[in-house]
Design a protein around this ligand. Structure first.
Ligand SMILES: Nc1ncnc2c1ncn2[C@@H]1O[C@H](COP(=O)(O)OP(=O)(O)OP(=O)(O)O)[C@@H](O)[C@H]1O
Length: 477
């Protein structure tokens, strides 16, 4: 049985005096407009007449004209919406001006009142839709919609994303080029911690990055231990979704990467006094990094979006890592339609997530077992399961490959009819290849929307579950 609740009477927030004072200040001195032009728009005013006056002032100043009661009045008359009492009102606004110094404060007060009015509207909408009997959307959808509205309001003050003119677009592109020129030698985007990879990709920029590999190749090690740590050390605020590994295990691997004490030994508590000290020192250093982990199993894209919104509001957000695609859940309809529909829905949604947050999304993906039947087990695009939508939506697709992994599992045994010489020769070949492959990983970039493709090599340290630069850090040629 449902029962009615009485809602409190809410006063609509507005500040008539601030609106009048700001308009008067701008009419006395048009320079006051510059102090509010970046964040204040006509719809932020509560009084419709003030909205019209502010819009007219903005248009005149944009055209390089002076806005004062006389020019404004004639502008209103030309538009056919001037009235006798406006002349008097504009003069009154000017007459009551005490100072033009507080223009920015008046502007912020007006905008705050607008945001509060918007909040009230969203709140009433929520009450109305959630309380309507026979509501046609389920609670999760209503929460998603409310969060989306709040996020928009928090991020852009309810403003529409600006449409850029060609001139503005070119100016933004040149400003980015200038920033890049100042930081030449540094990646444009967030560092991956691997210099050769940064050189190929320009670091991680807003976009969808897919990293595919067979299990145990070190995908999670590359994403969580190498990229996450390197990015966070440069101040990037990272949020990781780990569907496979508990957050505690990810953190234990962070400690392993930092101290060199393998995660399995930490878990067993088998440590010397000196190692304990290293772990405690590492705790302080790693604890200060802007890293957060969500280890909810089987996450949906809406869970990721909601968590990112909340996270961005509280902590800021520069990099999102999702481990991994094939452990995520899609909508019940897509799940019913099969794997292709599921992957298509998830990659499209992750694309909209990087666009919304203007941050790179690094998505890990498990590859088909089929590639292990091949002589050359280096992965390629065809090994991505249901790869169509991934190929289309991803800005970068890379694969991780370590020959060492396969060689260590195929130590030759003597065949029944094999001579000593033949066996020794085969064994030596295997030993040579194993030596060459030891600690080496290949990152094969098969798609790079804005840059070159190709393979880079890195060093893999198993006990630390950490990748590092091959040449610089290890001197391998
Ligand atoms: N203590 C250790 N000593 C040596 N190697 C280790 C140690 N701990 C982990 N590794 C190696 O790290 C690799 C695991 O990496 P990771 O879990 O990142 O792989 P993955 O590609 O994400 O695989 P999965 O999808 O199965 O999680 C394995 O090859 C494992 O042998």
């Amino acid at each position: 049985m449902s029962h009615a609740i009485a809602l409190p009477e809410v006063r609509v927030p507005s500040n008539e005096e601030a609106e009048q004072a700001l308009l008067g200040a701008i009419l006395v001195n048009n320079r006051a407009f510059e102090r509010v032009a970046d964040f204040l728009r006509p719809e932020h005013f509560h009084d419709p007449l003030h909205q019209r006056i502010f819009a007219a002032i903005a248009a005149m100043i944009d055209r390089g004209q002076t806005a004062n009661p006389v020019t404004l009045q004639s502008a209103f008359e030309r538009q056919g919406d001037g009235g006798r009492d406006e002349v008097g009102y504009l003069a009154e606004l000017v007459g009551n001006v005490v100072t033009v110094v507080n223009a920015a404060d008046y502007g912020r007060t007006i905008r705050d009142a607008f945001l509060c009015r918007q909040l009230i509207e969203i709140g009433f909408d929520m009450i109305e839709t959630a309380g309507r009997p026979g509501v046609d959307k389920d609670a999760a959808v209503l929460i998603e919609e409310a969060e989306s509205q709040l996020f928009e309001l928090g991020e852009r003050g309810g403003a529409l994303r600006p449409v850029l003119s060609s001139a503005e677009g070119v100016e933004a592109a040149l400003a980015a080029t200038e920033r890049a020129w100042r930081n030449r030698g540094q990646p444009l985007g967030i560092t991956t911690g691997l210099a050769d990879l940064d050189a190929k990709l320009g670091g991680l920029l807003p976009g969808l990055y897919v990293l595919g590999a067979r299990p145990s190749m070190g995908k999670s090690a590359l994403a969580f231990n190498t990229i996450m740590l390197a990015a966070a050390r440069t101040g990037a605020r990272v949020l990781g979704f780990s569907t496979e590994m508990a957050a505690e295990k990810v953190s234990r691997r962070h400690l392993a990467a930092h101290t060199g004490i393998p995660a399995d030994r930490q878990a067993q508590g088998d440590l010397t006094d000196e190692e304990w000290c290293r772990l405690i020192d590492a705790k302080a250093e790693l604890g200060a990094l802007p890293i957060h982990l969500d280890d909810t199993p089987g996450v949906t894209v809406s869970h990721i979006r909601r968590t990112c919104r909340r996270h961005k509001r509280r902590h800021g957000l520069d990099l999102i890592i999702v481990d991994h695609l094939h452990r995520m859940r899609a909508s019940p309809q897509a799940e019913k339609q099969g794997e292709t529909a599921k992957i298509t829905e998830i990659t499209a949604a992750l694309c909209s997530i990087w666009k919304e947050f203007q941050a790179p999304v690094l998505l890990l993906a498990q590859l088909n077992r089929g590639l292990e039947m091949r002589e050359d087990k280096r992965p390629s695009m065809a090994d991505l399961r249901q790869s169509g939508s991934i190929e289309q939506d991803a800005d970068v697709i890379a694969f991780l490959y370590r020959e060492e992994y396969y060689l260590s599992r195929t130590e030759p045994g003597r065949r029944p009819d094999e001579s000593d010489d033949k066996f020794n020769e085969r064994y030596e070949r295997w030993t040579r290849r194993s030596d060459e492959a030891r600690g080496i990983a290949e990152i094969i970039i098969e798609k790079n929307r804005d840059g070159p493709i190709g393979t880079i090599r890195a060093h893999f340290d198993g006990p630390r579950t950490l990748f590092s630069n091959l040449y610089r850090d290890h001197g391998n040629a």
